[in-house]
Design a protein. Structure first.
Length: 94
């Protein structure tokens, strides 16, 4: 049984590493999108073109979507960390 518990703990650790990678990637993408969104918002503010306003709405939507995605990944990571901590405590208690 302890071997099985250790295996589950290792799997959860790998899941956490994967989530960390996904979060880092999403944050890097968010940085790029935020920069693009700043430019499109500025263009829309000084332009009278409907296309510029549409582009600004699209980039703002992309930024919001990615922020939600990062929040979801972070919440998933927190759940796995808590689950792993319980498994470690249970294993330590015998």
């Amino acid at each position: 049984m302890p071997r099985s518990s250790l295996h589950k703990i290792r799997e959860m650790t790998e899941t956490i590493k994967d989530l960390d990678f996904d979060i880092d990637q999403a944050r890097a993408e968010l940085g790029m999108l935020t920069h693009i969104d700043d430019d499109t918002q500025r263009d829309a503010a000084v332009s009278e073109h409907a296309e510029d306003r549409q582009a600004a709405r699209m980039t703002a939507s992309d930024v919001a979507r990615l922020q939600r995605h990062i929040q979801q990944l972070t919440a998933s990571r927190s759940k796995v960390v808590a689950k792993r901590a319980k498994a470690v405590d249970k294993l330590a208690a015998g």
